[in-house]
Design a protein around this ligand. Structure first.
Ligand SMILES: *Cc1c(COP(=O)(O)O)cnc(C)c1O
Length: 415
Protein backbone atom coordinates (compact mmCIF):
# COMPACT_ATOMS: atom_id res chain seq x y z
CA UNK A 1 0.00 0.00 0.00
CA UNK A 2 1.63 3.18 -1.19
CA UNK A 3 -0.37 5.48 1.07
CA UNK A 4 0.45 3.74 4.37
CA UNK A 5 -1.37 3.96 7.66
CA UNK A 6 1.76 5.59 9.06
CA UNK A 7 1.59 8.40 6.50
CA UNK A 8 -2.12 8.90 7.10
CA UNK A 9 -1.65 8.98 10.87
CA UNK A 10 1.21 11.47 10.57
CA UNK A 11 -0.71 14.00 8.47
CA UNK A 12 -3.83 13.48 10.53
CA UNK A 13 -1.80 14.32 13.64
CA UNK A 14 -0.40 17.47 11.99
CA UNK A 15 -3.92 18.62 11.10
CA UNK A 16 -5.08 18.03 14.68
CA UNK A 17 -2.15 20.07 15.96
CA UNK A 18 -3.10 22.97 13.67
CA UNK A 19 -6.70 22.65 14.80
CA UNK A 20 -6.01 22.50 18.54
CA UNK A 21 -3.76 25.56 18.25
CA UNK A 22 -6.83 27.34 16.86
CA UNK A 23 -5.02 27.96 13.56
CA UNK A 24 -7.16 25.86 11.23
CA UNK A 25 -8.38 27.90 8.28
CA UNK A 26 -12.02 27.18 7.51
CA UNK A 27 -13.46 28.20 4.17
CA UNK A 28 -16.93 29.67 3.89
CA UNK A 29 -18.93 28.95 0.76
CA UNK A 30 -20.35 31.97 -1.01
CA UNK A 31 -23.47 31.35 -3.09
CA UNK A 32 -23.36 34.57 -5.12
CA UNK A 33 -21.05 36.76 -7.22
CA UNK A 34 -18.46 38.80 -5.29
CA UNK A 35 -19.90 42.14 -4.15
CA UNK A 36 -20.88 44.44 -1.31
CA UNK A 37 -23.49 41.89 -0.24
CA UNK A 38 -22.85 38.18 -0.54
CA UNK A 39 -24.72 35.02 0.44
CA UNK A 40 -22.58 32.96 2.76
CA UNK A 41 -23.09 29.39 3.90
CA UNK A 42 -21.75 29.24 7.44
CA UNK A 43 -21.42 26.99 9.26
CA UNK A 44 -21.16 24.43 6.48
CA UNK A 45 -24.54 22.91 5.65
CA UNK A 46 -26.62 25.85 6.88
CA UNK A 47 -28.73 27.87 4.44
CA UNK A 48 -26.83 30.82 2.90
CA UNK A 49 -27.28 34.17 4.67
CA UNK A 50 -26.99 37.59 3.14
CA UNK A 51 -24.18 39.57 4.77
CA UNK A 52 -22.25 42.76 4.01
CA UNK A 53 -18.77 41.90 2.82
CA UNK A 54 -16.10 43.96 4.62
CA UNK A 55 -13.07 41.79 3.82
CA UNK A 56 -12.65 41.52 0.04
CA UNK A 57 -9.83 43.07 -2.01
CA UNK A 58 -12.57 44.24 -4.37
CA UNK A 59 -11.47 47.85 -3.82
CA UNK A 60 -13.03 49.34 -6.94
CA UNK A 61 -16.07 47.07 -6.95
CA UNK A 62 -15.15 45.67 -10.38
CA UNK A 63 -15.34 41.94 -9.57
CA UNK A 64 -18.90 41.74 -10.85
CA UNK A 65 -19.13 45.06 -12.73
CA UNK A 66 -21.56 44.84 -15.67
CA UNK A 67 -19.08 46.27 -18.21
CA UNK A 68 -16.36 43.87 -17.12
CA UNK A 69 -18.66 40.86 -17.24
CA UNK A 70 -19.93 41.86 -20.69
CA UNK A 71 -16.37 42.28 -21.99
CA UNK A 72 -15.43 38.88 -20.62
CA UNK A 73 -18.41 37.33 -22.44
CA UNK A 74 -17.34 39.10 -25.62
CA UNK A 75 -13.77 37.86 -25.26
CA UNK A 76 -14.95 34.33 -24.78
CA UNK A 77 -16.76 34.50 -28.12
CA UNK A 78 -13.99 36.32 -29.98
CA UNK A 79 -10.90 34.49 -28.69
CA UNK A 80 -12.20 31.26 -27.19
CA UNK A 81 -11.78 29.66 -23.81
CA UNK A 82 -8.25 28.25 -23.55
CA UNK A 83 -4.80 28.71 -25.07
CA UNK A 84 -3.44 25.20 -24.50
CA UNK A 85 0.09 26.59 -24.71
CA UNK A 86 2.62 28.80 -22.98
CA UNK A 87 3.34 32.26 -24.37
CA UNK A 88 6.40 31.51 -26.53
CA UNK A 89 4.94 28.46 -28.29
CA UNK A 90 1.39 29.36 -29.33
CA UNK A 91 -0.09 30.95 -26.20
CA UNK A 92 0.05 34.65 -27.10
CA UNK A 93 -2.91 36.45 -28.64
CA UNK A 94 -3.12 40.05 -29.80
CA UNK A 95 -5.17 40.85 -26.69
CA UNK A 96 -2.39 39.67 -24.38
CA UNK A 97 -0.05 42.22 -25.92
CA UNK A 98 -2.79 44.85 -25.90
CA UNK A 99 -3.32 44.35 -22.16
CA UNK A 100 0.44 44.57 -21.53
CA UNK A 101 0.54 47.89 -23.37
CA UNK A 102 -2.45 49.20 -21.44
CA UNK A 103 -0.80 48.29 -18.13
CA UNK A 104 2.45 49.97 -19.23
CA UNK A 105 0.61 53.21 -19.99
CA UNK A 106 -1.37 53.03 -16.75
CA UNK A 107 1.58 52.29 -14.47
CA UNK A 108 3.85 54.78 -16.23
CA UNK A 109 6.57 52.24 -17.02
CA UNK A 110 8.42 51.14 -20.18
CA UNK A 111 7.08 47.62 -20.72
CA UNK A 112 4.93 44.96 -19.06
CA UNK A 113 4.60 41.19 -19.16
CA UNK A 114 1.67 39.18 -17.85
CA UNK A 115 1.87 36.26 -15.44
CA UNK A 116 -0.93 33.96 -14.36
CA UNK A 117 -0.67 35.50 -10.88
CA UNK A 118 1.41 38.02 -8.97
CA UNK A 119 2.63 35.07 -6.92
CA UNK A 120 4.17 33.75 -10.14
CA UNK A 121 5.50 37.18 -11.13
CA UNK A 122 7.35 37.38 -7.81
CA UNK A 123 8.41 33.77 -8.19
CA UNK A 124 10.13 34.50 -11.52
CA UNK A 125 11.49 38.03 -11.45
CA UNK A 126 14.41 37.75 -9.01
CA UNK A 127 15.98 34.59 -10.38
CA UNK A 128 15.76 36.07 -13.88
CA UNK A 129 17.57 39.31 -13.00
CA UNK A 130 20.10 38.50 -10.27
CA UNK A 131 22.97 36.11 -9.73
CA UNK A 132 25.50 35.33 -7.02
CA UNK A 133 27.42 38.56 -7.65
CA UNK A 134 24.42 40.64 -6.51
CA UNK A 135 22.68 41.60 -3.26
CA UNK A 136 18.92 41.87 -2.73
CA UNK A 137 17.59 43.72 0.29
CA UNK A 138 13.94 43.35 1.30
CA UNK A 139 11.63 44.87 3.90
CA UNK A 140 10.96 42.52 6.82
CA UNK A 141 7.21 42.44 6.04
CA UNK A 142 7.14 41.71 2.28
CA UNK A 143 4.52 39.31 0.92
CA UNK A 144 5.08 35.55 1.10
CA UNK A 145 5.45 35.31 -2.69
CA UNK A 146 8.44 37.69 -2.61
CA UNK A 147 10.04 35.61 0.12
CA UNK A 148 9.62 32.52 -2.05
CA UNK A 149 10.92 34.31 -5.15
CA UNK A 150 13.98 35.50 -3.24
CA UNK A 151 14.67 31.94 -2.08
CA UNK A 152 14.93 30.91 -5.72
CA UNK A 153 17.57 33.46 -6.66
CA UNK A 154 21.28 33.17 -5.99
CA UNK A 155 21.90 36.74 -4.88
CA UNK A 156 23.00 37.47 -1.35
CA UNK A 157 19.81 38.08 0.66
CA UNK A 158 19.45 40.77 3.31
CA UNK A 159 16.48 42.10 5.27
CA UNK A 160 15.86 45.58 6.70
CA UNK A 161 13.41 46.10 9.56
CA UNK A 162 10.03 47.33 8.40
CA UNK A 163 10.39 50.78 6.77
CA UNK A 164 13.69 51.37 8.59
CA UNK A 165 15.52 53.63 6.14
CA UNK A 166 18.63 53.99 8.30
CA UNK A 167 19.08 50.24 8.35
CA UNK A 168 18.39 49.98 4.62
CA UNK A 169 21.12 52.54 4.02
CA UNK A 170 23.53 50.65 6.26
CA UNK A 171 22.93 47.40 4.34
CA UNK A 172 23.30 49.17 0.97
CA UNK A 173 26.60 50.62 2.09
CA UNK A 174 27.82 47.24 3.29
CA UNK A 175 27.08 45.75 -0.14
CA UNK A 176 28.63 48.53 -2.22
CA UNK A 177 31.07 46.03 -3.75
CA UNK A 178 28.45 43.66 -5.16
CA UNK A 179 27.82 43.89 -8.90
CA UNK A 180 24.16 45.01 -8.47
CA UNK A 181 21.98 45.96 -5.51
CA UNK A 182 18.18 45.57 -5.50
CA UNK A 183 15.72 46.92 -2.92
CA UNK A 184 12.39 45.08 -2.61
CA UNK A 185 9.25 46.24 -0.82
CA UNK A 186 5.48 46.02 -0.91
CA UNK A 187 3.84 49.34 -1.88
CA UNK A 188 1.01 48.98 0.64
CA UNK A 189 1.51 46.49 3.46
CA UNK A 190 -1.57 44.33 3.71
CA UNK A 191 -1.94 43.87 7.46
CA UNK A 192 -1.56 47.50 8.61
CA UNK A 193 -2.43 49.29 5.36
CA UNK A 194 0.69 51.46 5.68
CA UNK A 195 2.74 52.67 2.68
CA UNK A 196 6.36 52.00 1.87
CA UNK A 197 8.46 55.17 2.02
CA UNK A 198 9.06 55.06 -1.70
CA UNK A 199 10.44 58.61 -1.95
CA UNK A 200 13.14 57.81 0.61
CA UNK A 201 13.78 54.40 -0.97
CA UNK A 202 14.23 55.92 -4.44
CA UNK A 203 16.63 58.52 -3.00
CA UNK A 204 18.72 55.77 -1.37
CA UNK A 205 18.65 53.73 -4.58
CA UNK A 206 20.01 56.71 -6.50
CA UNK A 207 22.74 57.29 -3.94
CA UNK A 208 23.84 53.64 -3.77
CA UNK A 209 23.17 52.60 -7.39
CA UNK A 210 20.40 50.09 -6.64
CA UNK A 211 17.32 48.92 -8.52
CA UNK A 212 13.92 49.30 -6.81
CA UNK A 213 11.23 46.60 -6.98
CA UNK A 214 7.76 47.39 -5.60
CA UNK A 215 4.95 44.85 -5.27
CA UNK A 216 1.94 47.14 -5.53
CA UNK A 217 -0.78 44.51 -5.37
CA UNK A 218 -2.87 46.38 -2.79
CA UNK A 219 -2.58 49.77 -4.52
CA UNK A 220 -2.67 49.30 -8.31
CA UNK A 221 -5.94 50.93 -9.42
CA UNK A 222 -6.35 52.66 -6.06
CA UNK A 223 -3.27 54.52 -4.80
CA UNK A 224 -2.64 58.15 -5.74
CA UNK A 225 -4.98 60.71 -7.25
CA UNK A 226 -5.49 58.75 -10.48
CA UNK A 227 -5.11 55.26 -9.00
CA UNK A 228 -1.73 54.42 -10.53
CA UNK A 229 -0.50 53.13 -7.22
CA UNK A 230 1.86 53.83 -4.37
CA UNK A 231 4.47 55.35 -6.70
CA UNK A 232 1.92 58.00 -7.69
CA UNK A 233 0.97 58.59 -4.06
CA UNK A 234 4.68 59.04 -3.15
CA UNK A 235 5.52 61.19 -6.18
CA UNK A 236 7.98 58.76 -7.81
CA UNK A 237 6.21 57.72 -11.03
CA UNK A 238 8.82 56.63 -13.59
CA UNK A 239 11.45 56.04 -10.89
CA UNK A 240 10.51 52.48 -9.86
CA UNK A 241 12.55 49.99 -11.90
CA UNK A 242 10.14 47.09 -11.48
CA UNK A 243 6.51 47.08 -10.34
CA UNK A 244 4.91 43.72 -9.78
CA UNK A 245 1.19 43.67 -9.19
CA UNK A 246 -1.92 41.53 -9.27
CA UNK A 247 -5.05 41.72 -11.39
CA UNK A 248 -6.73 39.76 -8.60
CA UNK A 249 -7.55 42.69 -6.32
CA UNK A 250 -8.72 46.15 -7.44
CA UNK A 251 -8.20 45.48 -11.16
CA UNK A 252 -11.16 43.16 -11.61
CA UNK A 253 -10.23 40.58 -9.04
CA UNK A 254 -10.26 37.52 -11.33
CA UNK A 255 -6.64 36.45 -11.57
CA UNK A 256 -3.36 37.35 -13.18
CA UNK A 257 -0.35 39.47 -12.40
CA UNK A 258 2.43 41.31 -14.13
CA UNK A 259 6.00 42.50 -14.07
CA UNK A 260 6.20 46.08 -15.36
CA UNK A 261 9.22 48.33 -15.57
CA UNK A 262 12.48 49.01 -17.40
CA UNK A 263 12.44 47.68 -20.95
CA UNK A 264 15.56 45.50 -20.69
CA UNK A 265 14.56 44.05 -17.33
CA UNK A 266 11.14 43.02 -18.64
CA UNK A 267 12.71 41.62 -21.81
CA UNK A 268 15.11 39.59 -19.69
CA UNK A 269 12.24 38.20 -17.61
CA UNK A 270 10.49 37.13 -20.82
CA UNK A 271 13.56 35.03 -21.64
CA UNK A 272 14.29 33.69 -18.19
CA UNK A 273 11.36 33.82 -15.74
CA UNK A 274 10.37 30.21 -15.22
CA UNK A 275 6.67 30.69 -14.34
CA UNK A 276 6.35 32.68 -17.60
CA UNK A 277 8.20 30.12 -19.71
CA UNK A 278 6.65 26.99 -18.28
CA UNK A 279 3.08 27.89 -17.30
CA UNK A 280 0.08 29.16 -19.26
CA UNK A 281 -0.71 32.83 -19.02
CA UNK A 282 -4.16 34.38 -18.53
CA UNK A 283 -7.13 32.85 -20.32
CA UNK A 284 -8.57 35.11 -23.06
CA UNK A 285 -11.74 35.63 -21.04
CA UNK A 286 -9.75 37.15 -18.18
CA UNK A 287 -7.67 39.30 -20.55
CA UNK A 288 -10.86 40.64 -22.13
CA UNK A 289 -12.41 41.42 -18.76
CA UNK A 290 -9.23 43.16 -17.61
CA UNK A 291 -9.14 45.29 -20.79
CA UNK A 292 -12.57 46.59 -19.76
CA UNK A 293 -11.16 47.25 -16.28
CA UNK A 294 -8.38 49.33 -17.84
CA UNK A 295 -11.01 51.32 -19.78
CA UNK A 296 -12.91 51.98 -16.56
CA UNK A 297 -9.92 53.06 -14.47
CA UNK A 298 -8.47 55.34 -17.15
CA UNK A 299 -11.79 56.89 -18.20
CA UNK A 300 -12.51 58.47 -14.82
CA UNK A 301 -11.44 58.45 -11.19
CA UNK A 302 -15.05 58.10 -10.00
CA UNK A 303 -14.57 54.63 -8.49
CA UNK A 304 -11.39 55.40 -6.58
CA UNK A 305 -12.93 58.69 -5.43
CA UNK A 306 -15.95 56.80 -4.11
CA UNK A 307 -13.60 54.36 -2.38
CA UNK A 308 -11.78 57.27 -0.77
CA UNK A 309 -15.06 58.77 0.46
CA UNK A 310 -16.20 55.37 1.78
CA UNK A 311 -12.88 54.93 3.59
CA UNK A 312 -13.17 58.34 5.20
CA UNK A 313 -16.74 57.64 6.36
CA UNK A 314 -15.79 54.23 7.76
CA UNK A 315 -12.70 55.43 9.61
CA UNK A 316 -14.56 58.37 11.15
CA UNK A 317 -17.54 56.23 12.14
CA UNK A 318 -15.45 53.58 13.87
CA UNK A 319 -13.18 56.16 15.52
CA UNK A 320 -16.12 58.22 16.82
CA UNK A 321 -17.66 55.01 18.20
CA UNK A 322 -14.50 54.38 20.23
CA UNK A 323 -12.75 51.65 18.24
CA UNK A 324 -8.96 51.55 18.17
CA UNK A 325 -7.79 51.71 14.51
CA UNK A 326 -4.41 51.56 12.84
CA UNK A 327 -3.92 55.09 11.49
CA UNK A 328 -3.66 55.86 7.77
CA UNK A 329 -5.86 56.60 4.80
CA UNK A 330 -5.71 53.30 2.94
CA UNK A 331 -8.90 51.28 2.28
CA UNK A 332 -7.40 48.65 4.58
CA UNK A 333 -8.79 49.61 8.00
CA UNK A 334 -7.57 47.34 10.83
CA UNK A 335 -9.76 47.38 13.94
CA UNK A 336 -7.34 46.49 16.73
CA UNK A 337 -8.45 43.93 19.34
CA UNK A 338 -4.99 42.62 20.40
CA UNK A 339 -6.38 39.38 21.88
CA UNK A 340 -6.72 36.42 19.48
CA UNK A 341 -9.85 34.92 21.03
CA UNK A 342 -11.55 38.31 21.20
CA UNK A 343 -10.89 38.78 17.46
CA UNK A 344 -12.59 35.45 16.74
CA UNK A 345 -15.54 36.21 19.06
CA UNK A 346 -16.08 39.65 17.54
CA UNK A 347 -15.89 38.22 14.01
CA UNK A 348 -18.50 35.58 14.85
CA UNK A 349 -20.83 38.10 16.51
CA UNK A 350 -20.48 40.43 13.52
CA UNK A 351 -21.51 37.59 11.24
CA UNK A 352 -24.62 37.06 13.38
CA UNK A 353 -25.31 40.77 12.88
CA UNK A 354 -24.97 40.42 9.10
CA UNK A 355 -21.40 41.60 8.60
CA UNK A 356 -18.62 39.45 7.20
CA UNK A 357 -15.20 40.52 8.52
CA UNK A 358 -12.46 38.08 9.40
CA UNK A 359 -10.25 38.18 12.50
CA UNK A 360 -6.48 37.88 12.11
CA UNK A 361 -4.12 36.78 14.85
CA UNK A 362 -0.67 35.26 15.31
CA UNK A 363 1.11 34.07 13.18
CA UNK A 364 -0.59 36.11 10.43
CA UNK A 365 0.10 39.25 12.51
CA UNK A 366 2.57 39.63 15.41
CA UNK A 367 1.65 38.28 18.88
CA UNK A 368 -0.81 40.49 20.82
CA UNK A 369 -1.71 42.35 17.60
CA UNK A 370 -4.95 40.49 16.78
CA UNK A 371 -7.43 42.48 14.77
CA UNK A 372 -10.41 42.53 12.46
CA UNK A 373 -9.09 43.74 9.12
CA UNK A 374 -11.86 45.61 7.33
CA UNK A 375 -11.51 46.61 3.70
CA UNK A 376 -13.57 49.16 1.87
CA UNK A 377 -14.92 48.91 -1.66
CA UNK A 378 -16.43 51.28 -4.19
CA UNK A 379 -19.21 48.68 -4.33
CA UNK A 380 -20.29 49.74 -0.83
CA UNK A 381 -23.14 52.23 -0.83
CA UNK A 382 -23.81 54.45 2.20
CA UNK A 383 -26.54 52.14 3.50
CA UNK A 384 -24.14 49.17 3.57
CA UNK A 385 -21.62 51.12 5.61
CA UNK A 386 -24.28 52.56 7.95
CA UNK A 387 -25.57 49.06 8.61
CA UNK A 388 -22.10 47.60 9.10
CA UNK A 389 -21.19 50.44 11.44
CA UNK A 390 -24.27 49.80 13.60
CA UNK A 391 -23.32 46.11 13.76
CA UNK A 392 -19.76 46.98 14.85
CA UNK A 393 -21.08 49.32 17.55
CA UNK A 394 -23.52 46.70 18.86
CA UNK A 395 -20.83 44.02 19.03
CA UNK A 396 -18.30 46.47 20.50
CA UNK A 397 -20.77 47.35 23.26
CA UNK A 398 -21.45 43.68 23.95
CA UNK A 399 -17.75 43.06 24.57
CA UNK A 400 -17.26 46.37 26.42
CA UNK A 401 -14.35 47.47 24.26
CA UNK A 402 -15.55 50.84 22.95
CA UNK A 403 -13.28 53.66 24.08
CA UNK A 404 -10.61 51.28 25.38
CA UNK A 405 -6.95 51.73 24.44
CA UNK A 406 -4.47 48.96 23.76
CA UNK A 407 -3.27 48.48 27.36
CA UNK A 408 -6.86 48.53 28.68
CA UNK A 409 -7.98 45.85 26.20
CA UNK A 410 -4.95 43.70 27.04
CA UNK A 411 -5.52 44.21 30.79
CA UNK A 412 -9.10 42.97 30.42
CA UNK A 413 -8.70 40.17 27.85
CA UNK A 414 -5.02 39.22 28.02
CA UNK A 415 -2.55 39.19 25.14
C1 LIG B 1 -2.35 39.41 -3.11
C2 LIG B 1 -0.90 39.63 -3.23
C3 LIG B 1 -0.10 38.82 -4.05
C4 LIG B 1 -0.64 37.62 -4.77
O1 LIG B 1 -1.37 37.98 -5.89
P1 LIG B 1 -2.01 36.84 -6.81
O2 LIG B 1 -2.15 37.47 -8.14
O3 LIG B 1 -3.29 36.43 -6.18
O4 LIG B 1 -1.02 35.70 -6.83
C5 LIG B 1 1.23 39.14 -4.17
N1 LIG B 1 1.78 40.17 -3.50
C6 LIG B 1 1.05 40.95 -2.67
C7 LIG B 1 1.69 42.09 -1.95
C8 LIG B 1 -0.31 40.70 -2.50
O5 LIG B 1 -1.02 41.46 -1.68
Amino acid sequence: MAYSDTARAYYDGELKTISSAGLFKHERYIHAPQGAEIEVEFPEGSPPRKVINMCANNYLGLSSHAEVVAAAHGGLGARGYGMSSVRFICGTQDIHRELENRLTAFLGTEDTMLFSSCFDANGGVFEALLNDQDAVISDRLVHASIIDGLRLCKARREIFEHSDMAQLEEVLRRHADQRFRMIVTDGVFSMDGDLARLDAIVALAERYDARVVVDDSHAAGVGGKTGRGTHEQCGVVGKIDIITTTLGKALGGASGGCVSGRRELVAMCRQRARPYLFSNTLAPVVVSGTLAVMDLVTRSTALRDKLEANTRFWRKGLTDAGFDLKPGDSPIVPVMLYNARLSQDVSRDLFDEGVYAVGFFYPVVPKAQARIRTQLSAAHDPHHLEQALQAFIKVGQKHGILGLKQDEIIARFGE
